[in-house]
Write a protein that binds this ligand. Structure first.
Ligand SMILES: [Zn+2]
Length: 368
């Protein structure tokens, strides 16, 4: 496979960003063996697909994958009646669907190639961006789908990376970031058609339903959306870089003086997932952050090549001059509440994405 060609439409792709020494996975807690590699971001002008450089052994990414399951509040599989034969394919744990029997396969070690039955409904949940051999995957699920069945796909919406600055979605796991157009091309290559396509959570996620082309005449109501929403132009790419530089600059302005004074500030990052690592890397936060906080992480530290940052379940509310960076933009509201709850010390709290925002308040005043 030529690395400079689009994985979906085979047209030429362009590199538009790179991050030096990005961890391949953060789930292996052995300091010596954690590997870093340059992460490159590519864009396909033809189908708006955003791809990420591949690593040689994809299973390295998942071997130590331990993340607990979090699901979008806005995502529920649609229209499942009790009689359907349902299959779910995900990274690891299945999504529980009340009262329904659901078969489950994962993408690890191409576990999905072992599917042997046929299904009316196949849910590809939270993993379409992660699949290395996407065409082989589609061939397989196409074979396993009943004639009149449907495939439901839920994941990050690729153009959101550029337009909404979803840089916390950029890491070695997400090699294929689908636009409507690239998904449509992939669907067509496998005799499918997109029956419905919805953008969720401020256009950061999509839910698509695919059916076989053959049964198209049975479904007359397919509306082909106005595709302008999907376009990414050079202007968008320039804006993406400009916004990142601007946030970096603001952080530098705020903190350069402070860290020179040594230990006067306790600087925490709130969130310790691979997505938080992406934010740290993109915004050059390594030198500022002393510790990470994560209420759910099973990890003890994150190794960022030049620096190892410890993870705690809670931050020390009694510290003076507490500074907190939000490294999980999706949980903005929740984190803000936790940060300002029950502490009577001065706190400076920074939201970085999609735009820079700082709140410096006495917490009691905030709660009123
Ligand atoms: Zn393409």
């Amino acid at each position: 496979m030529n690395l400079n060609l689009c994985n979906i439409c085979t047209k030429k792709i362009y590199q538009f960003y790179e991050l030096k020494s990005f961890p391949i996975n953060i789930y292996k807690q052995d300091k010596k063996n954690i590997k870093n590699k340059t992460l490159k971001l590519f864009f396909c002008k033809y189908c708006n697909h955003i791809s990420i450089s591949r690593i040689k052994f994809e299973n390295k990414i998942y071997k130590f994958y331990k993340k607990k399951l979090f699901f979008s509040k806005n995502y529920k599989p649609s229209e499942i009646s009790g009689k359907k034969k349902i299959l779910e394919i995900s990274k690891e744990k299945p999504l529980s669907i009340y009262g329904l029997k659901v078969d489950h396969f994962t993408i690890f070690n191409k576990n999905y190639l072992n599917i042997s039955k046929k299904y009316n409904k196949i849910i590809v949940s939270d993993c379409i961006s992660n699949i290395y051999n996407i065409k082989e995957f589609f061939n397989k699920i196409s074979d396993c789908l009943e004639e009149k069945g449907e495939i439901e796909i839920f994941h990050h919406y690729g153009p959101g990376i550029i337009k909404n600055l979803n840089i916390d979605r950029i890491y070695f796991e997400h090699i294929n970031n689908f636009s409507y157009k690239s998904l449509n091309i992939l669907a067509n290559q496998h005799e499918f058609i997109i029956k419905s396509f919805k953008l969720l959570e401020k256009k950061n996620f999509f839910k698509a339903i695919l059916i076989k082309k053959k049964i198209l005449n049975l479904k007359k109501n397919i509306k082909i959306p106005n595709k302008n929403f999907d376009l990414i132009s050079k202007k968008h790419l320039l804006k993406f870089k400009k916004k990142i530089n601007l946030i970096k600059l603001k952080i530098k302005k705020e903190f350069q003086k402070k860290i020179n004074k040594n230990n006067m500030f306790n600087i925490y990052g709130y969130g310790a997932s691979i997505g938080s690592v992406a934010i740290i890397k993109f915004l050059n936060l390594e030198k500022y952050i002393n510790k990470l906080i994560d209420n759910f992480s099973e990890l003890k530290f994150i190794n960022l090549d030049k620096k190892i940052i410890k993870i705690e379940k809670k931050f020390h509310k009694n510290y003076n001059n507490l500074v907190i960076f939000n490294l999980a933009p999706r949980y903005k509201f929740l984190i803000k509440k936790k940060v300002f709850n029950n502490s009577d010390k001065k706190i400076s709290y920074f939201e970085l994405l999609p735009s820079y925002n700082s709140i410096k308040k006495m917490p009691k005043a905030f709660n009123k």
